[in-house]
Design a protein around this ligand. Structure first.
Ligand code: AVJ
Length: 319
């Protein structure tokens, strides 16, 4: 049986894009949810970001996974059911599955059917012995896992890329509590976190010289114009990403270049010249802050691996 036939559809509540956008534009200051960055073009632009010299996160995490694969495998133990939150390019998954001892199954959890099917098609060809059991669901809620043909020893949730950093503090806490339930009593989670470092390095990573991140941010407006018929003028906004040391957070804005009015579903929203609309958070962690976040969800950091410069970390969480 192929992986597509095994897809478990938990019927996640579809995104309410219009509702989310109207709510965000009605806030002061205005904001838009970053989860809508990832249409097809947005996902392509994100892949391009990961190849920019300033965007160290992906490169450092890949090397870290390669270098610490043996130690991670030992800490995780044999016969894991690997459960990935979101479905990326599959490069990190491949490295993890190759390092682990006798992984039993691989379950990507995705809210987008097209993204899930695309990743599963790739995996089906590449993952050999590991049973692929994709689940269409919202990973910010607890997800009942499909049962592999061969019994697994425990579940290992894999949440790389510092994607946790894109959630607000309250959302991250909720997500970690859901993760705790999904992984079960004997389970664990391997979470990638970007670490606090000098503002110069961080701001360069989110303002690359080639302008790929700016294009990625502006694509959000193009996506909304296409999908909900809004009339954002892309030339009327510019990308800006700044790091707050106090909050340990890169905040990305689209700044209005001039006074203008944007229409969404018959509602008009006025922007002043220089008005900054918040579109993304990227939290950066220190050990204490991350351990506190995990503890709030009843989880302990049982192992920690950083690259030699302490720029990026992998954390193994258990109850
Ligand atoms: C989705 C967490 C991998 O926040 O670093 C990259 C998204 N935004 N550049 C991040 C992103 C701007 C990225 N992750």
């Amino acid at each position: 049986m192929n992986a597509v036939a095994q897809l478990t559809d938990l019927h996640p509540t579809p995104d309410d894009i219009i509702g989310d956008v109207l709510a965000g534009l009605s806030c002061t200051p205005k904001r838009l949810p970053s989860k809508y960055f990832y249409d097809q073009r947005g996902s392509e632009l994100f892949e391009q970001i990961t190849r920019q010299p300033e965007y160290y996160l992906t490169r450092v995490e890949l090397v870290l996974l390669e270098d610490k694969g043996g130690e991670i495998a030992e800490a995780v133990g044999p016969r894991a059911h690997v459960v990935e939150y979101g479905s990326g390019s599959g490069r990190k998954t491949r490295i993890l599955l190759d390092a682990l001892e006798d992984p039993v199954a691989y379950t990507p959890i995705e809210i987008s059917r097209s993204a899930l099917l695309a990743s599963v098609e790739r995996l089906d060809r590449e993952f050999g012995d590991v049973e692929v059991l994709p689940v269409l669901a919202d990973f910010t809620e607890p997800v009942p896992l499909p049962r592999p043909r061969r019994e697994a020893d425990h579940a290992l949730v894999f949440f790389p890329g510092s994607t946790l950093g894109n959630f607000t503090d309250a959302e991250a806490r909720k997500l970690l509590r859901a993760m705790h339930q999904t992984m079960g009593e004997r389970g664990g989670a391997l979470v990638g976190i970007d670490l606090q470092k000098s503002p110069e390095i961080l701001e360069a990573a989110y303002n690359d010289a080639a302008g790929v991140t700016a294009a990625f941010t502006l694509n959000l407006l193009a996506r909304l114009n296409r999908d909900i018929g809004s009339d954002f003028d892309l030339a009327g906004f510019e990308h800006r990403a700044t790091y707050s040391i106090e909050r340990g957070c890169i905040e990305t804005f689209l700044v209005s270049r001039r006074p203008q009015v944007v229409h969404v579903e018959g509602h008009a929203f006025e922007f002043a010249q220089g008005e900054a609309m918040q579109v993304e958070y990227s939290h950066k962690y220190d050990d204490q802050g991350f351990a506190a976040l995990a503890a709030d969800a009843g989880l302990k950091v049982v192992r920690a691996w950083n690259d030699p410069k302490d720029w990026f970390g992998l954390r193994l969480l258990q109850r």
